[in-house]
Design a protein around this ligand. Structure first.
Ligand code: PEP
Length: 328
């Protein structure tokens, strides 16, 4: 009996998730493109062959343009899908979050290309998990402890975050670095813990205003990035999202110009390319810092900006959705 192509088989469950039983029956009959070719001369009619060919082409296109699981297909499509992630910080109540989620879910259907996520306070993870399971919106947390369990009062581990269905976790946010003294080493171990638990770390890097004024932006950002790369290796960077967040732009209403942001994003990508062209081409680099509907489009249109990490504007469904729409 002919074995189906292993790659094709590994992709099939996801394909069936989206396409339904009818297509599943078609593919069960002709297990893979190579099997399909062999069988075509024997039993498949011309019409059947054409139908299956259309499905294979449609499947490939969907891999490139559709929701996150399809873009994870290794080697299928290196294109970077934009990501817009909300960082709710320490905001919200049960009621306000229900209201916010109502608004986001009502409008999410019009977001065609971007992946959308919200990073929420720990205590609301259950609520968010209940409301967002089965929707197009992913969720995550805003920090993670590097230990898996034990006597770490007040801390939350990666396995706990997985328990609540988190996909993302922010690490190294400037508020954690500056207000809570998280060092570069702390950020690296948290990053490593996230990966170890199958979470996608959103690694925040960015310079203070005085560092920018002294022309130290690239040096600071490179140092923050290198501290993680040295610990986890370049391949692990291919499994994360990087967020360039100039500290002077966070929550201040001052936004980096598209050129200022693009310069740093390009520098980050070039730095990664020096270690791995493949990782540099794949990794998504978000901009964060007072991104709003009015400035999102021109920022996200820059070559190396693959979306946004959104603080204040992610607390209003209308603004958040407009930013998502600006990302595609
Ligand atoms: C942030 O906290 O990551 C952020 C970008 O905040 P804001 O959009 O409010 O500047």
């Amino acid at each position: 009996m002919t074995e189906p192509d292993p790659l094709f088989v590994s992709l099939r469950p996801r394909f069936f998730d989206g396409q339904g039983i009818f297509l599943s029956l078609l593919f069960d009959e002709c297990q893979s493109p190579s099997f399909l070719r062999k069988q075509e001369s024997k039993s498949c009619s011309h019409l059947g062959f054409v139908c299956r060919l259309i499905i294979v082409v449609a499947f490939s296109v969907r891999c490139c343009y559709s929701a996150p699981p399809f873009n994870e297909c290794p080697g299928i499509c290196p294109m970077r899908q934009p990501l817009v992630a909300g960082n709710w910080k320490m905001n919200g109540s049960r009621d306000s979050i229900n209201h916010l989620l109502d608004g986001i879910l009502a409008g999410i259907g019009s977001v065609k290309k971007s992946e959308v996520a919200v990073c929420v306070p720990y205590v609301y993870l259950q609520q968010v998990c209940d409301r967002l399971t089965g929707t197009a919106v992913a969720w995550g947390a805003q920090n993670i402890n590097d230990h898996d369990s034990g006597a770490y009062t007040g801390e939350i581990s990666g396995s706990m975050l997985k328990d609540f269905g988190c996909r993302y976790v922010i690490v190294g946010h400037s508020e954690r670095r500056t207000l809570y003294g998280e060092s570069e080493q702390d950020v690296a171990v948290r990053f490593k813990a996230a990966l170890a638990h199958g979470l996608v770390p959103v690694l925040c890097v960015g310079e203070l205003l005085q560092e920018r004024d002294r022309g130290m932006t690239n040096e600071v950002v490179t140092r923050q990035l290198d501290a993680v790369i040295e610990d986890v290796g370049i391949d692990a960077i291919g499994r994360c999202v990087i967020a360039y967040e100039p500290v002077w732009a966070i929550g201040t209403g001052k936004v980096a110009t598209p050129m200022q942001a693009q310069e740093v994003h390009a520098m980050i990508r070039a730095r990664l390319a020096g270690l791995s062209e493949d990782v540099a081409a794949r990794v998504r680099i978000l901009y964060g810092g007072s991104m709003k509907p009015a400035n999102a489009g021109e920022l996200i249109r820059m070559d190396d900006i693959d979306g946004g990490l959104i603080g204040g504007a992610s607390l209003k469904a209308k603004d958040f959705l407009e930013i998502c729409a600006a990302a595609g």
